[in-house]
Design a protein around this ligand. Structure first.
Ligand code: SF4
Ligand code: SF4
Length: 111
């Protein structure tokens, strides 16, 4: 049976990997200077947080340390609340790639 890489029923790559969590690392998704988010004080305040070095990253919430912009039920029915303004880091992960498979395996999903 082939794996269905449907992002709308996944959300795995929007969660901080378990290895990062174990290491206390929360700077999972960087918001770069060229990203739209940086130029919107409203979006930046709602979805991002600056680390002690002043670099912006997406806020993480909940037990899975999921991106605060990910709405819905993980592994079931999710959507990105800021899809059109999501950071460039998010755009680099494509369904079915190695990074995608790693993220899914991390959450115990078919990869
Ligand atoms: S890219 Fe892969 S891990 Fe990310 S939401 Fe889509 S299917 Fe899930
Ligand atoms: S901004 Fe959207 S695509 Fe990027 S990690 Fe958050 S929910 Fe996922």
């Amino acid at each position: 049976m082939s794996t269905d890489f449907d992002c709308r029923s996944c959300g795995a790559c929007c969660c901080n990997p378990k290895a990062n969590q174990a290491a206390g690392y929360r700077d999972y998704v960087e918001v770069r200077k060229r990203d739209n988010l940086v130029h919107s004080p409203l979006l930046l305040g709602r979805y991002a947080v600056a680390n002690p070095q002043g670099a912006w990253h997406l806020q993480l919430v909940g037990d899975e340390q999921r991106c605060v912009a990910l709405k819905g039920r993980l592994r079931r029915n999710v959507r990105c609340e800021i899809y059109d303004n999501r950071p460039s880091s998010c755009r680099q992960v494509q369904a079915g790639t190695e990074a995608c498979r790693r993220a899914r395996a991390d959450l115990g999903m078919d990869s």
